[in-house]
Design a protein around this ligand. Structure first.
Ligand code: ADP
Ligand code: MG
Length: 702
C-alpha cells in the first residue's frame, strides 16, 4: 500500500487529465506549474480535443500513453470523473489526485463513494477530491494550482483546507520557515490523515509533520499512526463540530465537547496542538530544527533585564519554570559578565555584552550537563552588530558538538536583528521576534519529549476483568427492549470490571427492604430502581442516612409515592438498599462514545456542581495507568486530591486504577455502551480506597 502512496506523493510520471490550452484554467495551470517547478518526471497532458500544451504532446485518453504513469491529476468536471477513474485503473496508474470539486462537500456522497470503490478495485488510492494538489521540493514538483513551491525546508504540511495551503505556501517566504512537501487532503474520501502521517514518517525529506485539521475521519487510526511516528507532529485544529453536542442523558454526555476530545486525542497521539496559525509555524520551526528537550532544566541567557523577566514569565506558562542554576554553573558564567551582571537564571550578561561574552557564555552553558535546554536572548544595542552576535552564538553551539539538546533564540530589534535571525534559522537555530515566542518554542520541544515518553507506557497490562459477565447483563437489558440500565444493572457491569461499588441489594417489598437494611447494617441508603427514572434525586427517589427500621419503612413509602408523582407510568423494579458510604471527596468518572474516536473516558470533581464548574478532562479509551494519573492532576481542582487545608491526601493510586479499569470497560463494550457515568465516586484517604455509589449506563439504540 505504501509504495502506492509514494506513487501519489512522489510520482515519477504524471498524467494531467483535463489539461487545457487556455491559460488561467486549472488544467492549464497544473501543466505550467509542473514545468515551472522544473519537474524532471514525465508530464503527460490528456485532453481529447487538443494537440499540444506548453510544448507537450496531448493524449486523447490516458490509455493512449505508452509510458507507465504513477499519478493522474484529475481536473475534469465531476460528472466525467468516474469514467476516467476506470481508464486510469486499466492503465495501471497508482494514485489519483482529484482536484475536481462538487462531491461530498456539496452533498454528493454517492458519486465520491463510487470513485473510491472503483479506484480500490484497481488497487489505486485517491487523494481528495476537492484538493489543490500536492507539492514536493525534493522532487521539484508542483502538481497543484498553488502558484509556486514553498520555501525549501525540513517540515511537511498536510492540510484539509486548500486555500490555507496556498496561503501558507506564500507565508513560508515571509516567515522564512521551510517545507519539503505540501499536501492538500481535501474531502479525504480515501487517503486520510492517518495514511499521510504514516507515509511522511517514512519520508526521508520530512523531519516534522504539520497538520491543519478540520475534522478527522478515522480517529483511532490517526492516534495509532501518530503514536507510532518517530517524527514530531504538530496540529492546528479548527472548527467546532456539532457531533458532541447531541442531547445527552448522562452528566458526561452534557460535558463532552468535540474540541475537548480532539485535544485529548492529540495528546494521546503524541502530537503537539498549535493554538493558531502563527503558532503552527512557530512550533513547526522549532520541531523541524531542534531535538526534544529532555528534562526540566532551562537556562536563559540575555543582555537585557526586561526581556529576561518577560522570558521568565513565559517559562511558567510554557511548562518549564526557571530554577536557579547550580553554584558551579553560576561561578563560571560570572567570568563572562561585568560585576553588576547576574549569573542566576535568567543569566543577565548586561547591555555591555559583546560577541565574546555571548560566545563564551553560550558555549559553556550549552555544554554544561545541568542545562537541558538553552534560550538565548538579545536586545539590539548601539555597541553590537546583531549578525556578529548571531555568528558567535552559532559558533559556540557548533563547537560543543552537541546534537541532542535544544536551543532557541530571540533577537529583539529592527531590520538588522531580523536579518541576523534569518541567518540563524538558515543555520538550523530557530529564532523568534519576541522572547516569549522563543521560550514557548522551547516549551513545545519540552512538551514533545514528555508526550513521547508517556506514549511509551503500556496500556492495561495486568488488569483482570470479566467481559462475558458484563455482556450477559447487557443481553438481559436488550431482551427487555431497553437501553437505560438501572443503577443495579450498571453496577453489575462495574463489578465485572472490578470497580469498587457500595454494597447494594434490590428489595421488592417493604418487608424485604427492612430485612436487607438489617443485613447491611444501619445507616443505609434507599433509592428508587426504575429504567424510566435516570436522575433519581430529581424524582425524590433517594433517601440517605436511614438509621432505623422506622426510618427505612418511612423512606420506602415516600420514595414510591414520589416516583409515582414524578412519572405515573414509570416501570418500577423495586427499591435498592445500600450501605451508607462515609462522606469523602466526590469525583465523577464517565464516558461517551465519540463519533470520531469511539469510547472516551472523562474524569472530574463530582457532586452537584459538576455541570456548572465543568472541571473535567477527557481521554480516548483505553488509557495507561500513567495517563490516568495525569488526568487526576490535570483538572483545576487537582490539588484538592492532594489534600488542602490540613486534609489528608486522597487515595489517588486507587482512583487512577479505577479510572484505568473504567476506560477498559467502555472500550471493551464500545459496541454497546453509548454513554455512562459513575457520579459520585467517593475518594477516601490514601490507602483507604474509592467507592462508586451511583452508576448509570445507557446503551446504543440498535
Ligand atoms: P442520582 O444521581 O440518580 O440522583 P445518586 O445515587 O447519585 O442519585 O444519589 C444522590 C446523592 O446521594 C449522591 O450524589 C450522594 O451524595 C448521595 N448518596 C447516594 N448513595 C449514597 C451512598 N451509598 N452513600 C452515601 N451517599 C450516597
Ligand atoms: Mg448520581
Amino acid at each position: 500500500m505504501s509504495d502506492i502512496l509514494t506513487g501519489l506523493f512522489r510520482p515519477k510520471s504524471i498524467a494531467i487529465i483535463g489539461a487545457s490550452t487556455t491559460p488561467g484554467k486549472i488544467g492549464h495551470t497544473v501543466v505550467k506549474n509542473l514545468v515551472e517547478s522544473k519537474y524532471e518526471g514525465g508530464i503527460f497532458p490528456v485532453n481529447p480535443s487538443a494537440d499540444e500544451i506548453l510544448g507537450f504532446k496531448v493524449y486523447k485518453s490516458v490509455l493512449d500513453i505508452q509510458e507507465p504513469i504513477d499519478a493522474a491529476v484529475i481536473t475534469i468536471p465531476a460528472r466525467f470523473v468516474l469514467e476516467t477513474v476506470k481508464e486510469c485503473g486499466q492503465k495501471g496508474v497508482k494514485g489519483l489526485i482529484v482536484i475536481t470539486s462538487g462531491f461530498s462537500e456539496v452533498g454528493d456522497v454517492e458519486l465520491e463513494h463510487e470513485i473510491v470503490k472503483t479506484a480500490h478495485a484497481y488497487n489505486m488510492r485517491v487523494l481528495g477530491p476537492n484538493v489543490v494538489g500536492t507539492l514536493s521540493n525534493s522532487d521539484k514538483m508542483n502538481a497543484s494550482f498553488a502558484p509556486f513551491l514553498p520555501l525549501n525546508g525540513d517540515a511537511s504540511l498536510v492540510t484539509q483546507s486548500g486555500a490555507l495551503l496556498i496561503a501558507m505556501d506564500a507565508i513560508t517566504y515571509t516567515r522564512r520557515i521551510g517545507f519539503d512537501k505540501m499536501i492538500s487532503i481535501g474531502n479525504m474520501s480515501d487517503v486520510n490523515f492517518g495514511d499521510t502521517v504514516a507515509w511522511l514518517n517514512k519520508d526521508e525529506n520530512t523531519k516534522c509533520i504539520s497538520l491543519y485539521v478540520e475534522g478527522l475521519k478515522d480517529g483511532s487510526r490517526f492516534i495509532q499512526e501518530s503514536s507510532k511516528a518517530t517524527k514530531p507532529i504538530v496540529v492546528l485544529k479548527s472548527g467546532v463540530s456539532e457531533h458532541g453536542a447531541a442531547a445527552a442523558a448522562s452528566h458526561t454526555g452534557s460535558l463532552a465537547g468535540a474540541q475537548k476530545i480532539y485535544s485529548a486525542a492529540f495528546k494521546q497521539a503524541g502530537a503537539i496542538q498549535a493554538t493558531d496559525l502563527g503558532d503552527l509555524f512557530d512550533c513547526t520551526l522549532a520541531l523541524s530544527l531542534q531535538p526534544p528537550m529532555r528534562g526540566d532544566n532551562l537556562l536563559i541567557l540575555t543582555n537585557g533585564g526586561g526581556v529576561g523577566v518577560l522570558a521568565t514569565d513565559s517559562a511558567e506558562s510554557a511548562g518549564i519554570p526557571l530554577k536557579f542554576a547550580p553554584e558551579t554553573v553560576q561561578e563560571e558564567l560570572k567570568k563572562h559578565m561585568p560585576s553588576f551582571g547576574s549569573a542566576k537564571n535568567p543569566v543577565d550578561l548586561t547591555g555591555m555584552a559583546g560577541n565574546d561574552w555571548y560566545y563564551k557564555s553560550t558555549k559553556f552553558a550549552f555544554a554544561h550537563e545541568w542545562v537541558e535546554g538553552l534560550v538565548v536572548l538579545y536586545c539590539e544595542t548601539a555597541m553590537t552588530d546583531p549578525l556578529e552576535i548571531a555568528k558567535s552564538i552559532h559558533k559556540a553551539v557548533t563547537e560543543t558538538n552537541i546534537e541532542d539538546k535544544p536551543i532557541t533564540v530571540s533577537f529583539v530589534g529592527g531590520k538588522r536583528s531580523a536579518e541576523a535571525m534569518q541567518w540563524l534559522v538558515e543555520q538550523g537555530i530557530p529564532a523568534y521576534e519576541a522572547p516569549d515566542l522563543a521560550v514557548h518554542a522551547m516549551g513545545t520541544l519540552h512538551e514533545y519529549a514528555q508526550l513521547k515518553e508517556i506514549n511509551q507506557e503500556k496500556v492495561n497490562g495486568d488488569l483482570k476483568v470479566d467481559q462475558a459477565a458484563a455482556r450477559e447483563v447487557i443481553e438481559q437489558v436488550r431482551a427487555d427492549d431497553r437501553t437505560n440500565l438501572t443503577e443495579i444493572e450498571s453496577k453489575k457491569i462495574f463489578s465485572a470490571y472490578n470497580l469498587p461499588t457500595a454494597k447494594t441489594i434490590l428489595a421488592k417489598s417493604e418487608e424485604e427492604t427492612v430485612k436487607y437494611a438489617e443485613e447491611i447494617g444501619y445507616p443505609v441508603v434507599c433509592k428508587i430502581v426504575s429504567p424510566d427514572i435516570l436522575h433519581k434525586s430529581d424524582a425524590g427517589g433517594v433517601k440517605v442516612n436511614l438509621k432505623s427500621e422506622t426510618e427505612v419503612r418511612e423512606a420506602y413509602k415516600t420514595i414510591l409515592s414520589n416516583a409515582k408523582n414524578y412519572k405515573a407510568d414509570a416501570d418500577i423494579h423495586g427499591i435498592l438498599v445500600q450501605e451508607m458510604a462515609p462522606w469523602a471527596t466526590e469525583t465523577i468518572i464517565g464516558s461517551v462514545n465519540d463519533a470520531t474516536f469511539g469510547a472516551t473516558v472523562m474524569f472530574g470533581l463530582g457532586g452537584i456542581f459538576v455541570e456548572v464548574l465543568k472541571d473535567v478532562t477527557f481521554r480516548v479509551a483505553p488509557i495507561s495507568n500513567r495517563e490516568a494519573r495525569l488526568m487526576l492532576d490535570e483538572i483545576r481542582g487537582g490539588p484538592i486530591l492532594d489534600g488542602t487545608r490540613g486534609e489528608a491526601p486522597r487515595d489517588k493510586e486507587s482512583l487512577a486504577r479505577v479510572l484505568e479499569l473504567y476506560a477498559l470497560m467502555v472500550k471493551d463494550l464500545e459496541d454497546e455502551i453509548k454513554e455512562s457515568d459513575a457520579n459520585p465516586v467517593l475518594v477516601y484517604e490514601q490507602g483507604k480506597g474509592v467507592k462508586v455509589v451511583d452508576a448509570r449506563i445507557i446503551l446504543k439504540e440498535k
